[in-house]
Ligand binder design. Structure first.
Ligand code: G
Ligand code: G
Ligand code: MN
Length: 288
């Protein structure tokens, strides 16, 4: 691939990195695209540091509807990066890089502080849900960060929900379950996000009492055509209802989906049918 040993080693490193990224314990060959990808990552990493300094992160809020009264019971906060030259960058294009570089700790606490501050200004008592990266669990101090975000903003703890994915329970789970319990001690709620797409071990539901399960949108999307998807939704709602855990269906886009999900016993809906993620300012205007 190259005549310089230095450069070859660099390429080998990129292939190694790619193999790790694809789940480790495998091999990858160097391809020129990896070099481009590495360059993009480096530039995003540099820009992320600037973004933290310059306050280029915003949260968009997507409503969560209570099935019983069809009102908005809360919002999920979704991060947006307003890059001065690249425009709006979506989480999937920078969260993984923030995770790899360790910047996720700062990005994550920024999200927590902003969400708590903005939600504290809502006079409706609605909840706000913030996504946590599994990487944030690897560093001691997460509980303190959450406690500080609450006390700085004055948000009542019961109005904050933290969304985690199953991978948090998979990795280092004893320690992580201790962290989850400590978070719950603060009075915040814990939701299991994207449920059904990971390892979905039912044992998790015994080891920690979650407040909410969010059914991944892929099941809702396929529900109409796939008996399997529908059966899985049924299993999740049945289980959640008997454990008295709230269950949110994600990615609800049509009235047919809504009707069926309601019949299956979902307690909450989220999706474009009810509202797109919008900026804090737009959220306020939508209410007026
Ligand atoms: O709308 P959207 O493309 O924003 O969100 C994509 C995904 O990015 C969501 O599923 C969510 O898990 C993740 N995400 C959004 N905001 C945050 C955040 O503040 N922190 C973390 N860790 N993930 C987020
Ligand atoms: O993984 P997380 O559950 O946090 O996902 C939230 C993501 O789902 C965001 O990217 C959000 O923009 C997206 N989303 C929200 N509602 C819908 C919907 O109705 N349909 C689709 N396809 N995506 C949605
Ligand atoms: Mn989420």
């Amino acid at each position: 691939d190259h005549e310089s040993a230095q450069q070859l080693l660099g390429y080998a490193d990129m292939a190694l990195y790619e193999a790790k990224r694809n789940g480790r314990n495998r091999h990858e060959y160097f391809r020129p695209e990896l070099n481009d990808a590495a360059r993009t990552r480096r530039s995003i990493e540099t820009d992320l540091r600037t973004a933290l300094h310059m306050g280029q992160f915003q949260l968009h809020y997507q409503p969560i509807i209570d099935t019983r009264d069809k009102r908005i019971s809360g919002y999920e906060a979704l991060m947006r990066w307003e890059h001065p030259s690249k425009g709006t960058i979506m989480p999937m294009d920078f969260i993984p890089i923030a995770e790899d570089t360790g910047l996720i700790h700062e990005v994550g606490s920024r999200a927590l502080n902003l969400a708590c501050r903005e939600a504290a200004s809502w006079d409706t008592g609605q909840t706000v849900a913030v996504n946590l990266s599994p990487v944030q669990f690897k560093k001691p101090g997460l509980v303190d960060t959450v406690a500080l975000a609450l006390s700085d903003s004055g948000l009542e703890a019961h109005r904050l929900e933290l969304e985690i994915t199953e991978s948090v329970l998979l990795e280092n789970s004893e320690e992580n379950i201790r962290t989850l319990r400590a978070l719950k001690q603060l009075g915040v709620s814990i939701s299991l996000d994207d449920f059904g797409t990971g390892y979905s071990s039912l044992g998790y539901l015994r080891s920690f009492s979650f407040d909410r399960i969010k059914i991944d949108k892929s099941f809702v999307r396929d529900m109409g055509q796939s008996r399997e998807a529908l059966s899985i939704i049924r299993a999740i709602t049945g289980m959640s209802n008997s454990l008295q855990i709230k269950v949110t269906a994600e990615g609800v886009e049509t009235q047919e989906q809504q009707a069926q999900l309601e019949a299956e016993g979902c307690s909450h809906f989220q999706g474009y049918l009810f509202g797109y993620p919008v900026s804090a300012g737009q959220r306020r205007k939508d209410l007026d």
